[in-house]
Design a protein around this ligand. Structure first.
Ligand SMILES: Cc1cc2nc3c(=O)[nH]c(=O)nc-3n(C[C@H](O)[C@H](O)[C@H](O)COP(=O)(O)O)c2cc1C
Length: 179
């Protein structure tokens, strides 16, 4: 039976490069027989974590918004994929907010074991996305049954849709196919 794959795309832009890469990953994973759900945070109601820790007792966030629903999907997925634009050499604020809102997961029997990172940036050197990877690794460190299983970086892409034809598209597809 295929794995349950949840892809969370965090760019606010239509035609987002990181989202296009995520869609290639999704195609590859679906082709390989996995059950894929791709969600965009664009237009979603996502509030900041309040830091109240109620979720550590109840396994559910007190804030009833879209992040609460996405967090429940995260708990059940076998594979999590985060797609982000690089903002100031790090992950997007939207992605960081979603990771923080994943705090209820900490005391659950979360299913995810493999976590992937997809990102895009205007520049094309590895140091551009290292902090995004390191930030996600910090989150994963709190979930000892999970690991960072792979990353795809599309560099040299500033305007929307410019990642089309970039070698990272093929890499994203192959990564999805081989989860
Ligand atoms: C607020 C902001 C900060 C950015 N910071 C960087 C950066 O530090 N390095 C870089 O190479 N590109 C940077 N960019 C460019 C984006 O990473 C690039 O346009 C990327 O393809 C956007 O991904 P998206 O199409 O998925 O939104 C920045 C863009 C914005 C809007």
């Amino acid at each position: 039976m295929g794995k349950k794959v949840l892809i969370i795309s965090t760019s606010p832009r239509e035609g987002s490069n990181s989202e296009l890469l995520a869609s290639e990953f999704a195609k590859g994973a679906a082709q390989a027989g996995h059950k894929v759900e791709q969600i965009s945070l664009r237009g979603k109601d996502i509030k900041f974590c309040k830091g109240c820790f109620v979720c550590q007792k109840t396994q559910r966030c007190v804030i009833r918004d879209d992040a609460d629903l996405i967090e429940q999907k995260m708990e059940k997925a076998d594979v999590l994929v985060f797609a982000t634009p690089i903002y100031y050499y790090g992950m997007s604020g939207q992605m960081k907010t979603m990771l923080d809102r994943g705090n209820p997961l900490y005391t659950t029997e979360y299913a995810f074991r493999d976590v992937y990172l997809i990102c895009s940036a205007a520049e094309n050197e590895d140091h551009v996305w290292e902090r995004a990877r390191s930030g996600l690794e910090g989150w994963i460190e709190c979930f000892p049954k999970a690991k960072l299983a792979g990353c795809v970086f599309g560099g040299d892409v500033t305007e929307v849709n410019t990642v089309i034809g970039n070698p990272a598209m093929e890499k994203a597809y192959e990564m999805g196919r081989n989860i």
